[in-house]
Design a protein around this ligand. Structure first.
Ligand code: PHE
Length: 339
């Protein structure tokens, strides 16, 4: 028995000496200390030993087990450290390697124009309001002095959802919602998406408008013109001049078409402005007293002006974009030009 213990200890030591990886180490642990292991078997065979020898032998076997356990534990720590050191040396970081270029996004040219318009108008004391894109006929047309059979309906090729519900064809619908819910005086702008069945280089079925409305006592055409001059100067530069041409909208009276000097040639005439020196930019006018009355505003006491540029058109002019639809195709090569 004594010899057996001695042998077992020696063979364990030899195996451990040759062991250089954690898996083999575990196999050794099972071989000696496991449930069916050599040490356990030795303990079992104690029953064949004379009673008086048992305590001494038991002590020796326990010592051998403790020694093997300790050797395994030490080797395990050693191997763990070695594995970690190997890993660290393999994972060296080359701090001089150039990093991957991070693709930076950019605000869409259309949203840039929206942001500029909103910033300028908020600075002038306007409140920003939004309204639904799926709208009642009433807010889009009726309350804007365009009853069902009115010829002015032909000015806008509208997407109808039902008899009384449509995709709003103009943000002027928010004018009505504002007039019915706010008490004058007020100044609001309403940026948003609008829809018409139209598609060519200067029209897209989805486009964007920026409606402005001021209602107060003694509001006049002069206020409209000075306000729009400031707004367009801010967009196209301080030398910009604007002009009004008579026009027609059912909800404004008088109505005007607003042109600004061409930002490309400054008014001399070029390809962009077709040699006219001016760009046609937006519709505007004094709110038709009928429209004020329909929304419960006393038109004897109050007057107002409204304006509604197509934002896509402004973005085209600012960025010299030849086809409006390019802005919605999400071609990254196009969008990257505005960084
Ligand atoms: N809503 C008009 C259009 O889409 C533009 C406009 C707005 C005209 C406000 C006058 C006043 O054509």
């Amino acid at each position: 028995m004594l010899e057996q213990i001695e042998q077992l200890l020696n063979s364990a030591k030899t195996s451990l000496k040759d062991c250089s990886d954690l898996k083999t180490l575990n196999d050794i642990r099972v071989e000696y200390l496991g449930k069916q292991g050599k040490i356990t078997n030795l303990l079992h065979s104690m029953k064949d030993v004379a009673k008086e020898d048992r305590p001494k032998l038991g002590q020796l076997i326990n010592n051998a087990r403790n020694e093997i356990e300790l050797l395994i534990l030490n080797l395990q720590n050693e191997l763990n450290e070695k594995t970690l050191a190997d890993k660290i040396s393999k994972e060296k970081i080359d701090i001089f390697e150039p990093s991957k270029q991070v693709e930076k996004g950019e605000i869409h040219p259309l949203n840039k124009v929206f942001d500029k318009l909103i910033d300028a108008c908020v600075a002038m004391g306007f409140t920003v309001l939004t309204g639904p894109e799926v709208e009642y006929d009433y807010y889009n047309f009726e309350a804007l002095n365009v009853p069902k059979d009115h010829p002015a309906r032909d000015m806008q090729d509208t997407f109808f959802i039902s008899d009384n519900i449509l995709m709003r064809s103009q943000t002027s619908s928010v004018q009505v919602r504002a007039m019915q819910s706010l008490k004058p005086p007020f100044k609001i702008v309403s940026p948003g998406r609008t829809y018409r069945a139209d598609s060519d280089a200067t029209h897209s079925p989805v486009f964007h408008q920026f409606e402005g409305l001021v209602v107060d006592e003694n509001v006049s055409m002069v206020d409209l013109k000075s306000m729009l001059t400031e707004l367009l100067k801010m967009l196209f530069g301080q030398n910009t001049k604007i002009r009004f041409r008579p026009s027609y909208f059912p909800f404004t009276e008088p109505s005007v078409e607003v042109d600004a000097t061409c930002p490309s040639c400054g008014g001399k005439g070029c390809k962009l402005c077709k040699n006219t020196g001016y760009m046609e930019l937006l519709g505007a006018g004094m709110v038709n007293p009928k429209v004020l009355e329909m929304s419960g505003i006393d038109s004897k006491k109050y007057s107002g002006f409204a304006f509604g540029p197509g934002v896509d058109r402004l973005a085209m002019v600012v960025n010299k974009i030849p086809d409006l639809r390019m802005m919605f195709e999400n071609d990254i090569r196009f969008l990257e030009q505005f960084k």
